[in-house]
Design a protein around this ligand. Structure first.
Ligand SMILES: Nc1ncnc2c1ncn2[C@@H]1O[C@H](COP(=O)(O)OP(=O)(O)OP(=O)(O)O)[C@@H](O)[C@H]1O
Ligand SMILES: [Mg+2]
Length: 456
């Protein structure tokens, strides 16, 4: 079974159930592994989480609901299909409320179970309409165990089962979209769509039509009736990404939907009621935008029901080794499983760098090096690592206390910084770095020699 084939894990202490469910899943062409105890399953899950879990409720040691809690706490969002021989209604209600995909009682209806497994895998791996549902590294796992990130995971676990509006705030690349997906995946809306709207990417004149749809003929070019994103998200979640960039006309229309859960299509006069949970995210400082009258305060208060602040990576440095391991594992499988570790010095550099692009930047760095490294251990040349934040040329023009500016030192600092960044960006490829910097390869080599080791 290839790594990309979805795999289903079955946890049941009854060997006959394990065998029959295993046989059923295998016959459908899916990968399957079975476990007699929750502990065995949790151990396996840490190294290779499944695409779907069929979980018995009554188990030795931890019961099925406890296992669900443990997974939620560790940030593993796996669709769970519970099975029980006891037809226990209160338990099934609790399970469904806390995000179970389905609940079956024994004896199992094989066909229905298979349909539920397929649906769960489909929702886990991507929406049918091709909307991106997984993160770009192919996993929806939230990695991190620093106190700051644990607080975020706790908030996610608390708010997910409710219908409250969530506002996710944080710098670029801190995982806002991943957290939104985690909340949706752990909500009772899990099996319904999560529809994403990138408020910054849609033309301002089309945002109302995108969100609320339009009637045929409502404007030039509206040849057909079109459903908006709110209607498409019916029963599920709408994720309003980059909400801080919403034009002011649309802000008022959005306010009304949030207040009344009702809207009209553009050019229509019929009110449409919807049942949609709203999650919004932005990397802008919305308080400042409100103060500058760029963002309506009434909309801000509607959105700011349950704010989650994602800390920048520089404030969660204990998570850096975990994230590196996670990304190395993800990329190692793509590049033939070569890369396994990173030397201490390199790790220390990565730990102390300020990561302005946060986790996305770290992910990109690891991906480049994983592809380029030809040994089992990654090692990075210190002189080429971008230890400083990208700074503008003006920032280097600071005066010394005596009022003088050492022009040569500043120019060298800028040059060293830009060369370091360019080399990192191209993964050490000197010809490509020279091309990007507009230098001949010879002059780049000269400068590399000059700046290694660091002189400033
Ligand atoms: N805690 C995490 N564990 C594992 N991967 C993560 C984590 N946080 C973010 N990532 C990964 O980092 C990348 C960026 O995350 P995401 O797109 O969610 O960030 P964002 O805050 O929405 O960024 P932007 O503001 O630029 O849109 C994604 O590939 C995501 O999978
Ligand atoms: Mg985003």
């Amino acid at each position: 079974m290839s790594d990309s084939c979805p795999s289903v894990y079955v946890v049941d202490d009854d060997v006959s159930v394990r065998e029959s469910v295993e046989c059923l899943i295998r016959s459908a062409g899916l990968g399957v592994e079975t476990f007699a105890s929750p502990q065995e399953f949790l151990n396996r899950c840490r190294s290779k989480p499944p695409s779907c879990l069929v979980l018995d409720v009554k188990l030795p040691g931890l019961n099925g609901l406890d296992v669900q809690q443990v997974l939620a706490k560790t940030g593993l969002y796996i669709p769970i299909i519970f099975v029980t021989g006891h037809g226990d209604i209160p338990t099934s209600v609790r399970a469904i409320k806390s995000g179970a995909a389905e609940f079956f009682t024994k004896p199992l209806d094989a066909e229905a179970l298979l349909v539920a497994i397929r649906q769960a895998i489909e929702h886990h791996s991507g929406l049918p309409n091709g909307q991106k549902k997984r993160s770009s590294n192919g996993s929806n796992q939230l990695i991190g165990s620093s106190p700051a990130f644990k607080a975020v995971l706790k908030q996610v676990a608390m708010v997910a089962p409710t219908d409250s509006t969530v506002l996710i705030l944080g710098e670029t690349g801190t995982g806002k979209e991943l957290v939104a997906r985690a909340i949706h995946a752990r909500s009772h809306r899990f099996s319904r769509p999560m529809v994403t709207v990138n408020c910054a990417a849609i033309q301002p004149s089309l945002i109302a039509s995108e969100l609320f749809g339009h009637e045929r003929g409502s404007f030039t070019g509206a040849l057909h009736q079109r459903l908006g994103r709110f209607e498409l998200a019916e029963g599920g979640t709408i994720f309003l990404d980059e909400i801080g960039d919403l034009p002011s006309d649309t802000q008022i229309a959005l306010l009304r939907v949030l207040q009344e859960r009702e809207f009209e299509r553009v050019g229509g006069n019929q009110s449409i009621r919807i049942d949609v949970r709203v999650i919004a995210a932005t990397n802008r400082d919305l308080n400042a935008a409100v103060a500058a009258a760029d963002f309506r305060s009434d909309l801000f208060y509607r959105l700011n029901v349950f704010p989650i602040h994602l800390p920048p990576l520089r404030e969660r440095s204990p998570d850096i080794p975990l994230l590196i391991e996670h990304f190395l594992r993800a990329h190692a499988s793509k590049v033939g499983g070569r890369i396994r570790s990173m030397d201490e010095k390199t790790l220390e550099m990565l730990r102390t760098y300020s990561w302005p692009g946060n986790i996305r930047e770290l992910q990109n760095v690891i991906e480049r090096w994983a592809i380029l490294s030809d040994s089992e251990e990654i090692s990075i040349d210190e002189s080429l690592f971008p230890r400083e934040e990208p700074r503008t040329v003006a920032a280097y023009g600071e005066q010394a206390p005596d009022g003088t500016i050492d022009l040569r030192a500043h120019i060298e600092a800028v040059e060293r910084n830009l060369i370091g960044r360019a080399m990192t960006e191209v993964g050490g490829n000197q010809s490509e770095a020279a091309r990007r910097l507009g230098l001949s390869r010879g002059s780049l080599l000269e400068r590399l020699k000059k700046y290694r080791p660091r002189t400033a």
